[in-house]
Design a protein around this ligand. Structure first.
Ligand code: HEC
Length: 148
């Protein structure tokens, strides 16, 4: 017998199932579950190359902080220029990407690495940390915008 109560029960069940399906669809919509960053569509080789380059960036930042704390500004400056600055190797690496915005951000980041290297030679902790913060602003900005 179809009572009003049974009809309401069926409607309730159908809308519950509908919600589940919609949620499911939403979760699988787009890549990497709702990651809205721009994909660089890198080849497997480029991915590995980029990640190892990135790991060397984070290592460089750690060394620079350590050398500032140890009052060794010359070595901190050397790391900034050679590991974060715009070396020929970094220029070549940045040129391999198709995305212009990514390339520009990469170049601006490496230039800030050289500026950091120059500021460090002033041997002023506050100025050095301000410059390091500017450089790290590019790490944050790029990671928020792009993914592999
Ligand atoms: C111009 C863009 C750009 C800049 C600048 C940049 N990165 Fe990255 N980084 C990336 C991308 C793209 C990935 C891959 C992220 C993804 O696919 O989720 C990445 C990944 C990483 C990873 C993960 C490495 C791994 O092995 O999983 C680390 C660590 C990292 N970056 C550190 C840094 C640090 C530290 C800086 C600044 C000193 C920096 N990056 C600057 C683009 C950038």
């Amino acid at each position: 017998m179809l009572t009003v109560r049974n009809i309401l029960l069926v409607i309730g069940m159908l809308s519950f199932i509908g919600t589940c399906l919609a949620t499911e669809q939403h979760m699988h919509h787009g890549d990497a579950m709702g990651d809205k960053r721009i994909s660089l569509s890198l080849s497997p080789e480029m991915k590995q190359h980029q990640l190892s380059n990135m790991r060397s960036h984070v290592e460089a930042v750690r060394s620079i902080v350590g050398f500032i704390a140890g009052n060794d500004f010359e070595r901190a400056s050397e790391i900034a220029h050679t590991k974060l600055g715009l070396t020929e190797e970094m220029k070549k690496m940045c040129d391999m990407f198709d995305n212009e915005k990514f390339k520009d951000l990469g170049m601006a980041f490496h230039k800030s690495g050289d500026e950091l290297g120059d500021v460090l030679l002033k041997k002023d902790v506050t100025l050095s940390l301000q410059a390091l913060s500017r450089t790290m602003g590019y790490c944050v900005e790029c990671h928020a915008t792009f993914r592999q």
